[in-house]
Write a protein that binds this ligand. Sequence first.
Ligand SMILES: *[C@@H]1O[C@H](CO)[C@@H](O)[C@H](O)[C@H]1NC(C)=O
Length: 293
Amino acid sequence: MAVNLVLSFALAILISSSPTAVGVDATEELKEAVLTLDAGNFSEVVAKHPFIVVKFYAPWCGHCKQLAPEYEKAASILRKNELPVVLAKVDAYNERNKELKDKYGVYSYPTIKIMKNGGSDVRGYGGPREADGIVEYLKRQVGPASLKLESAEEAAHSVVDKGVILVGVFPEFAGMEYENFMVVAEKMRADYDFFHTSDASILPRGDQSVKGPIVRLFKPFDELFVDSEDFGKDALEKFIEVSGFPMVVTYDADPTNHKFLERYYSTPSSKVSKHNSCYILFVSSKYIVNYTC
Ligand SMILES: *[C@@H]1O[C@H](CO)[C@@H](O)[C@H](O)[C@H]1NC(C)=O
């Protein structure tokens, strides 16, 4: 990867220093940390990058204005990352880009998507909105789907109060259970962090004597951890969605809560009712969203 970067950099210099060559795209890319895309060059640029993040924004939107300098800063840090991470933006309010807006289901601003493998793999961005958080989240997204935990220090640092974390414990890193865990990790990585280990004794909570295969879900709410031994792909996904979903979500400025809220809103059965002068959204008999009021 590093070699590729050096090569394309050298190529760009070559193009821009040659008086006859046009090379607008390559020089543009070197100058700006965040690439500006529109309907005319979107597909071409996305196809060129194995991992590109696209922010769909509207010029008037307040959250977009807040995000813009953070996104720019993150882009300038990430362009030096070992594995290339490219940040781009599209003015989705511009009529010219309506097709892109529709294609990627942009219903609110800003909407951020991660596009991999030339745009064939598109997922929602589930990370923070300030520069350091964006950098940390995207570095994690561009690397392996699950990271190996080697020590108690590492486990404590990665697991405790970091949101919903999955750790697979396997006697060996092979077999159906391990492979399914990796498939699910790849699928759900935008919303949860995945780790694996062969040594449950380094984990900060739960039975430390288990040998596995077992998956332990750590969470900063409710009962703090839950184990499952069902490694069917669908069962594992369901386990993560159900056990990783808090019974009560407080709607406040904490961005880690927003993905839960988005899911409440997108559930068709949701309804809103007023309670003690706070609006409370009931999605099912089990889950309640508390609004700050
Ligand atoms: C894409 O096209 C727009 C409008 O022509 C231009 O402003 C932008 O710099 C182009 N982006 C890239 C990466 O070439």
